[in-house]
Design a binder for this molecule. Sequence first.
Ligand code: O2Y
Ligand code: MN
Length: 592
Amino acid sequence: MICEHMKLNEWVDEMTAMCEPDQIVWIDGSEEQKKELEQEAFSTGELIQLDQEKWPGCVYHRTALNDVARTENLTYICTRNEEDVGPINNWMSPVEGYRRAGEIFRGSMKGRTMYVIPFSMGPVGSPFSKIGVELTDSIYVVLNMLIMTRVGTEVLEQLGTDGEFTKCLHGKAERDIEKRLILHFPEYNTIWSVGSGYGGNVLLGKKCLALRIASFLAREEGWFAEHMLILGVENTEGNIDYVAAAFPSACGKTNLAMLIPPEGLKVKGYRIWTVGDDIAWMRIDSDGALWGVNPEAGFFGVVPGTNSRTNPNGFKMIQKNTIFTNVLLTSDNGVWWEDGEDDPPAEGTDWTGKPWRPGMKDADGKPVVGANPNSRFTAPATECPCLSRRWEHHHGVPISALIFGGRRARLAPLVYEAFDWQHGVYVAATMASERTAAQYGKQGEVRRDPMAMRPFCGYNMADYFRHWLDMGKHFKKQPRIFHVNWFRQDASGEFMWPGYGDNLRVIEWILERCEGTADAEQTPIGWVPKLDSLDMTGLDLGQDTMKALLSVDAEEWKRELADIEDFFKQFGARLPGELWQEYEALKERLGV
Ligand code: O2Y
Ligand code: MN
């Protein structure tokens, strides 16, 4: 492959001089090259080929034990001024960032190959799309990038001789957590990630480019880069309405993006079409409405809990051409995970590489899992049975509603609609979620996660709120803003809402609100469905449960105010006054 982009060649030379790889291989996106790389990874043990009859095209990979999830504490935004990253992000100066990571990168690719991956986030050539080039010493990363992004010659052609690209450098180095840094340099359109070999830390097109760097570019250029799924709801007439929805990590975005309508609603002929499950890039088009694309080309989802009941489409999707990471390897070269489809195998090798049998306990008497709770599948979008026909449409899909949600055992009703755009930005800016056992931090602790972007906003969150407020002024047709909570619990700690396919009942109400046909009741926090305005055909939850799900307890909301105030105060004078206005207005509506 010949690259005629001088700056790209110069940068590759510069990084080569620092990392000192034995050789350089340009990734062209061809099937032959992919096969060669797989063979090489099989021969070194970096990958294990699964039984090709049962798992055609599927491979298996284990990471280092200390390298199984994103590391937020080692993730930095490096800008000249510390104030530009704000109180939520970790900050480092660019000089310090390049120096510290440079020391780890120096000579770290000796004896290894450096792969050069030209990739496009978004369909190649779409007005939405951005190009990146990732340099990496990991075949596992190359194979994941081949699934998650559009890679190769056509991207280089699109880049031409002087096109803009994000410079993404990744090196495994020693995979030592003490020498791990995930650095973003938005002012230099550059990402450096060193010392990790896994997931969000190393697939640099995903969280690093498509959210952190893209959110910075989106503010400069007047668009949105968001942690959102996009799904289309087709009705009996064949019309498809699209919504984009933001949830913090581990709230079931992949399941929601691929949901199957519940039995009771099937008579209405609904079908769900998945555009994306994690990231949405959205802009106001010439019609004054919001249009969005999924910049990714695959799905990188959590495996445990995926089965034909929780996510039938997702489960089908991962039967072929999938990379499995950190699940259990069975003795007949298959894969297994907790809460999957099948009973556990009699024996296998767990994600740490140790022999495993069902019922095993650790030294503290706790069950030993076969698959790491954050084990992942990497599957091509084209394997998704409900993939939208418009997923590669260069102008994206029109977005009718923006949905924000968190995991709250109490407080937030099943669904409510904001009064207007400014109020909607307040609702999204104050959203919060409780941590689950699978997440870093204290279980049950409420963490404010504005727009589900807390770990992913590439600049000062106060300026991000300003961007959201300003964007609202440019629509001819504003999307409506909603908040949902699938996770409300009753007094005995049981979930009150069944979730999964039944979430369509809520989305149906949301779309009917957009059309002006659904009933709602005004409450201090927004518009809540009237008791009978959700279609509950085939799901008998009982009036009391429905009342509890939709209730707004003013006293609980008053208690929430103090936490929101503390959260806002961190941003000082940089926080837009409109958000304080909304805070005061809510206080007044609550009678404080
Ligand atoms: O732990 C990781 O490295 C993956 S995190 C991830 C992967 C896919 C989609 N979303 C997320 C997330 O943390 O939001
Ligand atoms: Mn995510």
